[in-house]
Ligand binder design. Structure first.
Ligand code: GLU
Length: 447
């Protein structure tokens, strides 16, 4: 495409533009497909900001979709074949960046959607990364520690030619953690010539602190949520120190968000995870709950709260409802039950388009995922910078810098909302796309 087209944007508001892009790319839209849902939402925002047509086409598909199969020796002596993915969506703003997930439901279109969201997220918080995502189809709860290590090492070796510390940098996501990043980094180092190994730490972020991880990375997504809340909630009439909230998920993101909010005076009323739902109107102690979860694997059976049904959980009255687990959990049926003023998306894409419509129609404000949960990748960026410079920051320095990125991102979303007269989710994509569009306008498209 000629450079001249890069600066001549087509008229805004061409009706059904996402459908036209789908048609052009021969994507047969499946309304239940997360990738299709995500691309559609991004294209609606692209239309609002007047993103050039060729840029929309570029963003509607990932650059690279890598799929690997690799055998792993299991503890009982047999070999299982595992399926892994790495999707590299866009690197116009910097190296591909995004987590690696271990989950039985991992499949290509899911990873593609999550990679798109990483491109949007990194652009929104103005860090010099593009978007990627990876995963291995497995249930980490069914694997022994040794099996988990062997899966990780084989997966790393299977994709090692496709990633790099300045090219594509994985991180933890659902089902993975700092230990897995340590095995991943070690395997990558072993596969690198010895005289180049000094610089391989940056191949992943979210490493243990003793192995080049950043202080504050563990709590970063939760901390970023809190920073966004401080910027957004008072304007919505909610005081953090008096607010009540409920959580879906009590893993890294839910656990930290819960603890940090309660430290500020908020009251955690209900939690749901794969082991059950619990409720306490007097407030749940998140530290005691975190101990219980680390001993038993879930919130079910926590004796300082009453067990409730899933249906009851959604109806617990709170100021802020926070899904911090998997995608597509807030369906229209569940959205009808939610009894909150604000839904803050700590998980990636937790709300289906139908759920979104119900919440909007009921006047429940949605704080979108690419803003709310961007703290994790922001501190990943800090980790990468620290590894590169071999100079390490204090926890205060990390917190201070994270706060700047999160507050400015929240303000960008608020401005975009007014400028484009749209909902908060569309505004978050608009704010992200404005930057990507400017960069593509300047770079043009090779040749
Ligand atoms: N998995 C996290 C996310 O979805 C973090 C990604 C990263 O740090 O690269 O944002």
């Amino acid at each position: 495409m000629a450079d001249a087209t890069a600066t001549q944007h087509p008229p805004i508001a061409q009706a059904h533009l996402p459908a036209k892009v789908f048609e052009e790319l021969e994507i047969v839209k499946d309304p239940a497909n997360l990738f299709h849902q995500t691309i559609e939402q991004v294209l609606i925002a692209a239309q609002l900001v007047g993103l050039a047509h060729h840029q929309q086409i570029i963003l509607a598909q990932p650059h690279n979709e890598i799929m690997v199969h690799f055998p792993v020796l299991m503890d009982d002596g047999h070999h299982d074949l595992f399926k892994g993915y790495r999707v590299q969506h866009n690197n116009a703003l910097g190296p591909y960046k995004g987590g690696i997930r271990y989950h039985p439901d991992v499949h290509l279109d899911h990873i593609k959607a999550l990679a798109v969201l990483m491109t949007m997220k990194c652009s929104l918080v103005r860090i010099p990364f593009g978007g990627g995502k990876g995963g291995v189809k497995c249930n980490p709860r069914d694997l022994s520690r040794d099996e988990l290590m062997r899966v990780t090492r084989r997966f790393c070796s299977a994709i090692s030619n496709q990633i790099g510390p300045d090219y594509d940098i994985p991180a933890p996501d659902v089902g993975t953690n700092a230990q897995i990043m340590a095995w991943f980094a070690d395997t990558y180092a072993q596969m690198t010539p010895e005289h180049e190994r000094h610089d391989t730490l940056r191949i992943v972020t979210g490493k243990p602190v003793v192995m080049g991880g950043s202080l504050g990375r563990d709590k970063a997504t939760g901390q970023g949520m809190v920073n966004v809340f401080k910027e957004m909630l008072p304007e919505l009439g909610i005081d953090i120190d008096k607010m009540s909230f409920s959580l879906i998920g009590f893993g890294n993101v839910g656990g930290w968000t819960g603890r940090l909010l309660v430290e500020l005076g908020a009251s955690l009323r209900a939690v749901l995870d794969h082991t059950g739902a619990i409720h306490n109107d007097q407030g749940i102690n998140p530290n005691a709950l975190a101990d219980h979860v680390s001993q038993t694997g879930g919130v079910g059976g926590f004796n300082e709260a009453e067990a409730i049904s899933e249906q009851e959980f959604y109806g617990v009255p709170v100021d802020v409802f926070i899904p911090a687990a998997l995608e597509q959990m807030i369906t229209s049926r569940r959205a009808k039950l939610i009894n909150a003023r604000v839904l803050a998306e700590a998980a990636n894409a937790p709300t289906t388009p139908e759920g979104d419509a119900v919440l909007t129609q009921r006047g429940i404000e949605i704080l979108p995922a690419i803003l709310c949960n961007a703290g994790g990748v922001t501190v990943s960026y800090f980790e990468w910078v620290q590894n590169r410079s071999a100079m390490y920051w204090t926890a205060e320095e990390v917190d201070h810098r994270l706060n700047i990125h999160m507050v400015l991102a929240a303000r960008r979303v608020k401005l975009a909302r007014v400028k484009y007269e749209c909902d908060m989710r569309t505004a978050s994509y608009c704010a992200a796309l404005e930057r990507i569009g400017k960069v593509y306008d300047l770079r043009g498209v090779f040749p």
